[in-house]
Write a new protein. Structure first.
Length: 330
């Protein structure tokens, strides 16, 4: 089969499309999927750079965390899926190839109105956003949600899910254009942050009438920690999802204690198979119906052919993308 393959760590010259052996036919509760499209994530870039190896049991050479395709064959214990069904799902690696094998409970049927490109842009970001906002942070109707990196894949998913849930959604970005584009998905007030995150607390005070944010979804990391603590309401929650500005920062325990704040981190890729299955089922129950009737949408930046994998990486690395970068496997 054809697969995106990391042949050396470093720049995009270290990634190429190669002919490799396909995964074996599935047994037990496994399903082999003929992949039609896959999306790129920051994890793919970090894996190419040698900074984020795949979890044990997954290919270290073939990246890819999310995919859309057709069930090709199933293990003897699988009852939920039949060959030919259109599915999308998540995996710890190996999705950027013509075939991938995953547990049956990591798959969800694709709503009829979604094509391969749209479906591939959904699983990783919508499962991550739903799990972070609702399962972990407990976002509720009427609360104030702040999304950093509002133009990212997870950011655009979070904005839409927060809006549908009845939250007031605000966001930040380093680019005004991304914030303007995010307004069509439900973003309210917005703030461009370039070098001084301390301006955030004044904006939050204005948006929330002085109360602060109830939930902050932070895809940026260390540079925003102080501003986040200053911007949270009493009992507020920070969900740490990304570390593009670094992973280490000093923390003021006094602010955390006096406001009774909660700080949680989340990574989907490294979770156990059971934990991923649970997150997938919650996504299926609560998010897929919204996708099926058009209340939320995947946001797609650009689509590339498999042979254009280097261009796709450069696009994502440029930080100019808005939404998802998708790779057509077929």
């Amino acid at each position: 089969m054809k697969a995106v393959t990391i042949v050396s760590h470093g720049g995009v010259e270290g990634i190429e499309v190669r002919e490799v052996n396909p995964p074996p036919l599935p047994t037990s509760d496994r399903v082999r999927v003929r992949v039609r499209a896959a999306a790129l994530n920051r994890a793919d870039i970090l894996q190419r750079l040698g900074r984020y190896p795949a979890p044990e049991g997954f290919s270290q050479d073939i990246p890819g965390l999310e995919f859309a395709g057709e069930v090709e064959s199933v293990g003897e214990e699988v009852r939920a899926w039949q060959p030919g069904q259109r599915v999308f799902g998540i995996t710890g690696g190996g999705a950027q190839a013509q075939y991938v094998v995953v547990p049956a409970n990591h798959l969800v049927e694709i709503p009829t109105l979604l094509d391969w490109t749209a479906a591939a842009a959904i699983p990783e970001v919508f499962i991550t956003a739903h799990d972070a906002l609702f399962t972990q942070a407990g976002l509720r109707l009427g609360e104030t949600l702040l999304v950093h990196a509002a133009g990212s894949g997870v950011g655009t998913a979070a904005i839409q899910l927060g809006r549908v849930a009845g939250a007031r959604v605000f966001g930040t970005s380093r680019t005004l254009d991304k914030l303007e584009r995010a307004k069509q998905y439900g973003l309210g007030g917005s703030l461009v942050i370039k070098d001084d995150p301390s301006v955030l607390s004044n904006a939050i005070d204005e948006w929330s009438g002085g109360r602060g944010a109830d939930v902050i979804l932070d895809l940026v990391g260390a540079a925003y920690l102080d501003a986040n603590l200053a911007s949270l309401a009493a009992g507020g929650r920070i969900m740490l999802v990304g570390t593009t500005s670094g992973s280490k920062a000093m923390i003021d325990f006094g602010k955390v204690m006096s406001k009774r704040l909660s700080i949680r981190g989340t990574v989907l890729r490294a979770r156990s198979a059971a934990a991923k299955a649970l997150a997938t089922r919650l996504f299926e129950n609560h998010v897929v119906p919204l996708l099926a009737d058009g209340r939320v949408h995947p946001v797609i930046d650009k689509v590339y052919r498999l042979e254009e994998i280097r261009e796709a990486h450069l696009r994502l690395e440029s930080n100019e993308s808005f939404g998802k970068v998708v790779l057509l496997i077929d």
